[in-house]
Ligand binder design. Structure first.
Ligand code: GAL
Length: 370
């Protein structure tokens, strides 16, 4: 009898070991991140893998190099390996066919910080309140320019950039920002130099200010063209830049123009990348928006775990999008359950927030706060 008990004990311990360190017997979660040229996705991917393994899952992480065909092959490989859940930060709607295949196989699919557009084959999306990201960007412009003291007699001048037209988030960022800026444009205290889509619904003008695949060189060239043409006879007071990689490229173009040397406009951003946090500390970029991707990754894995276990979804720190925000979960085919985390505006006054959150390497945090 004792021998059987001992054997059973060994078998139980062995199976616990396999599950706890994500061994070969553990459930596989496939993690597909879009790219690495925007550094935040590297943090996201590594956090997701770590969080999944902490919960006893096996996790495989791939980066799509901003090529949807590449990412589709990676997702296909996850499915071939028997993944029971996918966490996907897609590049564009070309991802839909492999999501459909995952849906047919009963695989849990979670859209990660980017909606999977034109698909009815998944149920969950976890992101930040992306409309609020834009609101925060614009509020930093209003504060930075003291816009409430401006008037049509003495207006401030702004030019507008948007993110990738293939990225559903870019439309929410822009519309959030314009919900704050349009009243100042309407009363003449803020004048737009260059194309002016009042909202992203003006697709023709939105396309003219959008930046394909968030590529920094495209933003830099467009800023250079604005300086030589539309903005030639103006001194810009602000640039709406949708994320940090584009913000730094725009600042590079501005600094090459004598008019802006030592006199940069208010330039916004997003993702609290270290290079931009340093730029903010040095008085160049004006603001960024911190989206704690460690928290997003933790929330995404909790969501996957609860969905895989058929439990009610309850994610600490995330709210289910409802009311006006429900649109964030509209894939164009169905409304998925969209869970939103809160973004935070960062300026020179609160660089300690991402530092204290452990968002940077230790030496980077020291550099930012000293
Ligand atoms: C968006 C994301 C932003 C930024 C951008 C560039 O989808 O929400 O945080 O990372 O992509 O990749």
């Amino acid at each position: 009898m004792k021998k059987i008990t001992a054997i059973l004990l060994v078998l139980v311990l062995a199976s616990l070991m396999v599950v706890s360190c994500g061994g070969s017997g553990a459930t596989l979660i496939g993690i597909a991140m879009p790219e690495t040229h925007v550094l935040r996705w590297v943090k996201d991917g590594n956090s997701l893998k770590e969080e999944a393994e902490n919960l006893g899952y096996r996790a495989e992480l791939q980066f799509g190099d901003a090529n949807q065909g590449t990412q589709n092959q990676q997702i296909q490989s996850f499915l071939t390996q028997g993944a029971k859940a996918l966490i996907v930060g897609c590049i564009n709607d070309g991802v839909a066919p492999v999501i459909a295949e995952a849906g047919r196989e009963g695989v849990v699919v979670i859209a990660y910080d980017r909606i999977i557009p034109n698909s009815g084959d998944y149920d969950y999306y976890i992101t930040f309140n992306n409309f609020k990201v834009g609101v925060l960007q614009a509020e930093s412009i209003v504060a930075g320019l003291n816009l409430r003291a401006a008037s049509a007699a003495a207006p401030k001048y702004i030019t507008l950039f948007a993110g990738s037209p293939t990225d559903g988030n870019a439309f929410f960022f822009f519309d959030g920002a314009m919900s704050v800026l349009n009243p100042f444009i309407d009363n003449g205290s803020l004048v737009v130099v260059g194309p002016y889509p009042k909202t992203s619904a003006d697709r023709a003008n939105f396309q003219r200010i959008a930046t394909e695949n968030w590529q920094a060189p495209i933003a830099k060239t467009r800023m250079e063209n604005l300086l030589s043409n539309d903005a030639r006879n103006y001194t810009l007071d602000a640039v709406l830049a949708p994320n940090d990689t584009l913000a730094r490229a725009i600042i590079e173009a501005l600094k090459a123009d004598a008019k802006y040397r030592g006199n940069l406009p208010v330039v916004t951003g997003q993702d609290a990348e270290f290079a931009s946090a340093l730029s903010i500390k040095n008085g160049e970029q004006y603001s960024t928006v911190f989206k704690d991707t460690a928290k997003l990754a933790e929330a995404a894995v909790i969501l996957a775990d609860q969905a895989l276990k058929g439990q009610p979804i309850n994610i600490p720190g995330a709210v289910l999008a409802s009311g006006d925000l429900r649109e964030i979960g509209n894939t164009g085919v169905k409304y998925v359950q969209a869970f939103l985390l809160d973004p935070i505006l960062i300026t020179r006054d609160n660089l300690d927030v991402p530092v204290e959150a452990g968002f940077y390497e230790r030496h980077e945090g020291v550099q930012l706060l000293n």
